[in-house]
Design a protein around this ligand. Structure first.
Ligand code: ATP
Length: 204
């Protein structure tokens, strides 16, 4: 359970579903958004203890010449070896969760959003009071991701395969937002949710 007194809404969805677009709309409504992706990068920045632990475990080959994490090198190691992957996750997930909780506790808006692609795949869901799932079909996911990143369709498909499946994700939604139409429709749906959450937190 979320122990912070502020009401926290988790915002998740598959790759390219529109999480960032939805988060941006909440921000324009004055709601603070904590982004799990950027915190995950923060815990392995130069000078962070976790970076030293990773280098001690995998060797200094996973560092760049400047001493930063070489993400591509690390990805290669953990992608091909499940044991390495779980070692890394056991190190990082608790650190990320702790930092997320601290940042959520420090928010000041009427409620806060935790935006995370791994909300349901990790224990991050325990930090939130309810869950929004942004949902689009796989073809749209691929099309928008390829357009946005210029990445290969096969890469996007492999990321989709590594994430929780669509039906499983939808099942865990308290608020399901279909984002197959345009950005204006997304804005209307997010603003309606914003009014709903505001009503809930001011009722308390
Ligand atoms: P990731 O998990 O990869 O970070 P995401 O879920 O945050 O993805 P976004 O980056 O918000 O997804 O959206 C993917 C792309 O699709 C972006 O270029 C975004 O501008 C675009 N997009 C999002 N929603 C819509 C929409 N309703 N109509 C058209 N384009 C959209």
């Amino acid at each position: 359970m979320n122990t912070a007194k502020r009401y926290v809404v988790g915002l998740t969805g598959g790759i390219g579903s529109g999480k960032s677009a939805a988060a941006e709309i909440f921000r324009t409504c004055g709601i603070e958004v904590i982004d799990a992706d950027s915190l995950a990068r923060e815990v392995v920045e130069l000078g962070q203890p976790a970076l030293g632990d990773i280098a001690a475990h995998f060797g200094s080959g996973i560092l760049t010449a400047q001493g930063h994490l070489d993400r591509a090198a690390l990805r290669k190691i953990v992608f091909s070896n499940p044991e390495h992957k779980s070692w890394l996750e056991n190190l990082l997930h608790p650190l990320i969760a702790e930092l997320l909780q601290r940042r959520l506790n420090a928010t000041k808006s009427p409620y806060a959003i935790l935006e995370s692609p791994l909300l349901l795949e990790t224990e991050q869901y325990k930090l939130v009071d309810s869950v929004i799932v942004i949902d689009v079909n796989e073809e749209i996911q691929i099309d928008r991701s390829v357009r946005r990143d210029g990445s290969d369709e096969a890469v996007i498909r492999s990321i989709i395969a590594s994430q929780i499946d669509r039906a499983g994700r939808i099942q865990r939604a308290d608020d399901l937002v279909s984002n197959e139409a345009g950005l204006e429709q997304l804005r209307e749906k997010i603003e309606a949710l914003h009014r709903k959450y505001l009503g809930m937190v001011t009722e308390k």
